[in-house]
Every structure is written in structure tokens, then in C-alpha cells.
Design a protein around this ligand. Structure first.
Ligand code: ADP
Length: 488
């Protein structure tokens, strides 16, 4: 908008008409005071100011405008009828005017000047606006940077306070922060600590997880650079996602060496104890069997009955000790599997017969599915052990229902055997843990006897057959444990 300031209404009228004919928006004021009031309130792109006005002349008005930040930048064109001399014109420029036009006005010239100043002012306003918004953005970015920096510092301080070795990597997997503990195991932040030659390579394992975008968890012995000793550490590296891409990784090495030593001592003790128990137990079993044979002559006597009961307890003890020995074999990598082409159906049959003989008549085992008459490479004794374990558990953990279903299914690659019961079931979040060593579901551990190693051994046996093991279960409804074996 353009502001015309003139004490003469006729001048204002003709000038206003001229500008409006060229589509300019026009506002008017008949004195310097009115002009100042309006200019402070509204935004004008140009002021056309008459020089000869009573009270405040045009030059004074222009000088006053130059004292206010809101008005000092507005271009002014002076209009004057009398003051054509050089000194007046000079004063006009000195007081902040942009141009000086003398009356009588040549409308075309005036319009050209107005257009030029108007456009100039519009452009400079637009530029200022852009500059302001740029400044705002730069300021915002600077503030965000400062906040981010302080958050990172805070995070690094937290990592420094951890008792573990802690470090971070950028999205490409390059280490960009390590806490001081790192330097106990590595001389440079560019290199991971050195691992024991028998353990997995950290960089290689990390590259594999990076490709999948998954967290890495690894137990590994790393070398202390001062003592040269290897200590067991649990390495965890987790990706931090920003949308779908990985922003960075956070990693820790937790020293688990003492825990590992205690575990090893416990395993050694179990191994020695079970070996030592096995020998006298085998003798007891042999003598009991001799006694049993002698007493068979007078079958039905109380003594024969006692010997029978003692024998079944000895058998239970024998199974427990054999299981413990298996666990120590697994721990030492000595559980050997002897695969031979075998008829799986007969292995299943033997396992079911054994269970039926050692349990009371209430137990009912039904078979579903069919196995073609093929030979599968497997260790019959070990697979029977897995089946007996599944079946024993199915009966043990179903105190209200003695029905068990054994289902077999074969496709071109593998055979799947599952054992279903209608017992107490296992809560969802505990299902994965049942295959871990010494794990027992808390809710049922007091009610049912056991050591929590049967399924651990089963899982090892099946893994050594290159098969899979798993379960599905619903609490209070029952469980299905299954394993698969490759046909070739
Ligand atoms: P154990 O039976 O000697 O405790 P296992 O290794 O055979 O050891 O089983 C581990 C745990 O899994 C058991 O303690 C029990 O809590 C749970 N479990 C196994 N089989 C079943 C089942 N059929 N129904 C419900 N819980 C089961």
C-alpha cells in the first residue's frame, strides 16, 4: 500500500485517482502527525510526501520517520511546488527521501518512479522475510545441535559409569565411542578385543548380525592386554533403529569369568559324583536282580513284593544318574550319536511298550498317522530316550487325564513325531526355556518331581541328528512336544 501525505485534499484526490488507475492500493493523511500514526500502525511500501505542510513540513516528517525502526526503511518520494533549489532538494535526500519530484507533476514519470520504488520495497521486504526465516532455522538447528550434543555427552557419561566395557558404533558399524574399560582389553578403539583362538570371531559374527539387522549375543574369551589372560565375557550388541534404518549400535562386554568358573566346577562335580554313584548302583541292581530271581520261586510273598519295589526305585535312581552323566557328556562335547539306518516305527513301538509296562493300566497311548516302511539314519537308543522322555513328561504333567496321543507325519524331507497330552500345560513365555539345562516351570516344580534336564538332553540329541525340537502348549489344556528328523 502507498501512503499519500498532503495538506491539500485536491492534490490527494488527483494523486490517489492516478495511482488507483494503475491498481495500487492507496491510503492518505493530511498532516505529518496523522501520517506518522498511520505508518506506525500499517505496513506501507512507499510514502509520497508533500514538502509544504503547516505545523510539520515534509522534511520534518521524513526525519521523524527515520527515527522509528518500523518506518525508517520505507522509501519516500518528496513532492514540492516551490522548493526547487538545490539546497532544498539536498535536504530532502538528507532527511531520508529516495527521490524528489517537483510540481507540476508529470504523471507518467511519477508512475514510473512509484512503480520502481514500490517493486524495490516489495522485493526487499520479501528478502528480509526470507532472511528472518533462514535465521530462525539456523538458530533452531544450532539449538537442536546443542541439545543433541548434551544428550550424547550424558549418554557417554552413563556408559562410562557402567562396570562393563561399553561402546557405540555408527550405522555402518564403525566404533565411535568406547568407555575407559575398553582399553583394558584393546589398545585401539578401531579394533575389537582379541578373542581366544577357539572362540568365535567377534567382527565376523557382528557382520552377520549387521546384515540381518539383529542384535548379537555371544559368550567369548577376550585377552586382557596387561596380564595377557583370557577372561570369559558376554558380548551384547543391539541396533538402535531410526525408522527402518539402523542409526547406531550399543554394545557391552560383561565379565562372566567367575560365573563360568563356578559353572565349570559344578559340572565337574556332577560328572564325578554321577560316575562314582553309577558303579555301586550297578552292583546293587545286579544283587537285587539275583535276589528277585531267587524269590520268584515263591511268587506273591511279601519279600518278593518288597524286592520288586526296591528294584523299581533302583531303576529310577539309575535313570537319574544316567541323565546326569549325559549332561556332563554334553558339557564336554562327548555325547556321541551313532546313526544307523533304522525303522523309526519300531523305535516308537518299543518306547510306547516300555512306558506301558512301567506305568499303571490307566495310561492310554493312542497312535495317529503313518510312517512308510523306510529306513531313517538315526541312533535308535537315543531317539527312544527322547520318546520315553516326552511320554514320561506327558503322563507326569497330566495328573487328571491319562490319555496321550503319539502322532507321526512324513513328507519328502523329514519325519515329524509329536506327543500330545491334556495336562497342566506351560505358560507361553516359559515355553522356550524348558529346553535349557536345569530349567523347571516354577508353577509345577513343587508338585512334580524332576531335575529339569530331560528336555535339555532331548534337544541336544535331536540337534545332533540335524533335526528340530519344539512345543505348543496351552495352560490347563495340554501340551504337544515334537521333534523332526531329516530323512537323509
Ligand atoms: P523334569 O520333568 O525332570 O523337570 P524336563 O527337562 O523333562 O525336566 O522338563 C523341564 C520342565 O518342562 C519341567 O520341569 C516342566 O515344568 C515342563 N514340562 C515338560 N514337559 C511338560 C508337559 N508335558 N506338560 C507340562 N509341563 C511340562
Amino acid at each position: 500500500m502507498i501512503l499519500i501525505v498532503d495538506d491539500n485534499q485536491n492534490n490527494i484526490y488527483s494523486l490517489k485517482k492516478l495511482l488507483e488507475s494503475k491498481d495500487f492500493q492507496v491510503d492518505t493523511a493530511i498532516s505529518g502527525e496523522e501520517a506518522l500514526g498511520k505508518a506506525l500502525k500499517n505496513n506501507y511500501a512507499l510514502i509520497i510526501l508533500d514538502v509544504q505542510m503547516p505545523v510539520m513540513d515534509g522534511f520534518e516528517v521524513a526525519e521523524t520517520f527515520s527515527g522509528y525502526s518500523k518506518t525508517k526503511e520505507i522509501p519516500i518520494i518528496f513532492l514540492s511546488a516551490v522548493n526547487k533549489e538545490k539546497e532544498f532538494i539536498t535536504r530532502g535526500y538528507a532527511s531520508g527521501g529516495m527521490d524528489y519530484v517537483t510540481k507540476p507533476i508529470d504523471p507518467e514519470i511519477l508512475l514510473l518512479k512509484v512503480k520502481t520504488f514500490y517493486n524495490l520495497q516489495e522485493n526487499s521486504l520479501a528478502m528480509k522475510k526470507t532472511q528472518r526465516s533462514l535465521e530462525k532455522e539456523v538458530k533452531g538447528r544450532r539449538e537442536a545441535q546443542v541439545t543433541m550434543r548434551s544428550e550424547i555427552d550424558h549418554f557417554h557419561l552413563m556408559l562410562e559409569a557402567l562396570p562393563q566395557i561399553a561402546f557405540t558404533l555408527d550405522g555402518d558399524g564403525k566404533v565411535n565411542f568406547v568407555n575407559s574399560k575398553w582399553y583394558e582389553y584393546s589398545a585401539s578403539e578401531l579394533e575389537f578385543p582379541e578373542t581366544h583362538p577357539d572362540d568365535k570371531n567377534i567382527q565376523y559374527e557382528f557382520e552377520r548380525c549387521k546384515k540381518k539387522g539383529k542384535a548379537l549375543e555371544l559368550e567369548s574369551r577376550i585377552k586382557n592386554i596387561t596380564t595377557g589372560d583370557y577372561r570369559f565375557h558376554l558380548l551384547r550388541m543391539s541396533p538402535v533403529y531410526d525408522g527402518k534404518s539402523i542409526k547406531n549400535w550399543v554394545g557391552t562386554f560383561t565379565d562372566i569369568d567367575d560365573q563360568k568358573k563356578v559353572e565349570k566346577e559344578k559340572d565337574e562335580f556332577l560328572s564325578i559324583a554321577s560316575h562314582e554313584l553309577k558303579t555301586p548302583l550297578t552292583s546293587i541292581k545286579a544283587y537285587m536282580q539275583l535276589l528277585d530271581r531267587k524269590l520268584k520261586i515263591n511268587e506273591g510273598t511279601t519279600e518278593a513284593n518288597y524286592v520288586n519295589k526296591a528294584l523299581s526305585q533302583v531303576e529310577k535312581l539309575n535313570t537319574l544318574i544316567t541323565d546326569l552323566l549325559d549332561v556332563s557328556k554334553i558339557d564336554n562335547g562327548k555325547l556321541k550319536i551313532n546313526k544307523k539306518p533304522t525303522n523309526l516305527d519300531s523305535v516308537i513301538h518299543t518306547a510306547i511298550e516300555t512306558i506301558l509296562q512301567t506305568h499303571d493300566d490307566k495310561v492310554k497311548i493312542t497312535r495317529h498317522g503313518f510312517i512308510p516302511d523306510i529306513l531313517i539314519p538315526l541312533d535308535a537308543i537315543r531317539i527312544e530316550q527322547v520318546l520315553i522322555n516326552f511320554l514320561t513328561n506327558a503322563i507326569k504333567y497330566s495328573p487328571e487325564n491319562n490319555q496321550v496321543i503319539v502322532t507321526t507325519f512324513v513328507d519328502e524331507n523329514e519325519v515329524r513325531v509329536s506327543v500330545t497330552d491334556f495336562g497342566i500345560g506351560i505358560p507361553d513365555f516359559k515355553q522356550d526355556a524348558v529346553f535349557k539345562k536345569f530349567y523347571r516351570v516354577e508353577e509345577s516344580s513343587l508338585q512334580f518331581q524332576g531335575m529339569g534336564i530331560g528336555l535339555y538332553i532331548c534337544s541336544e540329541i535331536i540337534q545332533q541328528h540335524d533335526g528340530t525340537i519344539g512345543l505348543s502348549s496351552v495352560v490347563e489344556e495340554g501340551s504337544t512336544f515334537y521333534f523332526t528328523l531329516p530323512l537323509n
